[in-house]
Design a protein around this ligand. Structure first.
Ligand SMILES: [Zn+2]
Length: 263
């Protein structure tokens, strides 16, 4: 099973080293917006390409600038799926919502539906920076069509409750932990024991270089073990960057490979 990075924003790669650490999330976001205010389409594309060059895994990427290489460019090989991240406007499919705080409910529903239709897991940043970013609010959006809330990735999930985790475990929704990004913001320690007890699938991913030092999954695992030596066994950590995300992305990886081989 190859290495699989379940969460990244490749188009932000050239923000490496430019954003502050240990700032409240929305201050960091304001600084990010300032930094990219003058970026052109070409800047985003160059940043995306740099990210692909630094990647050592298959990447489930989310981006809102449509800056990924086109299907037949030399970089468009077997190594990534470019998901268009929906913020305030609809985006071409395949698309997935950014977050509850940035994306209106109807667009969240619409983009999750597009993933279900395409058979690709959806993803959303959720329960990241405090208790107000609630999984139950996400579920409320789907109260008429609860069957849509399956086969997805909750990114960060620092504030998920035990019942959220049980729901996720029973509905094939994985928790994606990004160790360097977690350290970058100084978020509270995760309750790894509760995560593991719930039976939820746990993936380890990089996030972007706007809040991490490396796009190498093994570096993320090293950070995790440095900070929390007893949180996972070596086998569990390796599964979190191979077979666990693979359970969600195997079909997508096969179809990306098939498409890139078409003339
Ligand atoms: Zn992210």
């Amino acid at each position: 099973m190859p290495l699989i990075n379940a969460h990244c924003h490749l188009e932000l790669t050239n923000l490496a080293g430019k954003l502050p650490r240990n700032k409240p999330f929305f201050e960091w976001l304001t600084e990010l917006r300032k930094q990219v205010a003058t970026w052109t389409k070409e800047d985003y594309q160059a940043s995306y390409r740099k990210g692909l060059e630094l990647s050592t895994a298959f990447v489930y990427d989310v981006g809102n600038q449509i800056s990924e290489p086109t299907l037949h460019s030399p970089l468009s090989t077997l190594h990534f799926i470019a998901m268009h991240e929906v913020i305030k406007q609809p985006m071409p499919e395949p698309c997935t919502p950014h977050s509850l705080y940035a994306t209106p409910p109807e667009l969240i529903k619409q983009s999750v539906k597009s993933c279900v239709k395409a058979g690709i897991p959806w993803s959303i940043h959720l329960a990241e920076f405090d208790e107000s970013d609630r999984f139950s609010d996400f579920l409320d959006i789907f109260k008429d069509e609860p069957e849509l809330v399956k086969n997805g990735f909750i990114i960060h999930g620092n504030f998920l409750t035990e019942s959220d985790l049980h729901f996720m475990a029973n509905n094939d929704i994985a928790l994606v932990h990004c160790p360097q990004s977690h350290e970058w913001f100084g978020h509270k320690d995760p309750d790894f024991e509760m995560w593991k007890k719930s039976g939820v699938d746990i993936c380890i991913a990089t996030d972007s270089l706007a809040s991490a030092e490396s796009l190498d999954l093994m570096e993320q695992v090293k950070t995790l073990f440095r900070r929390y030596p007893n949180a996972f066994t070596q086998e569990e950590a390796m599964a979190a960057i191979t077979s666990v995300p693979g359970k969600y992305l195997e079909k997508t990886m096969r179809s990306v490979a098939a498409r890139s081989m078409c003339p």
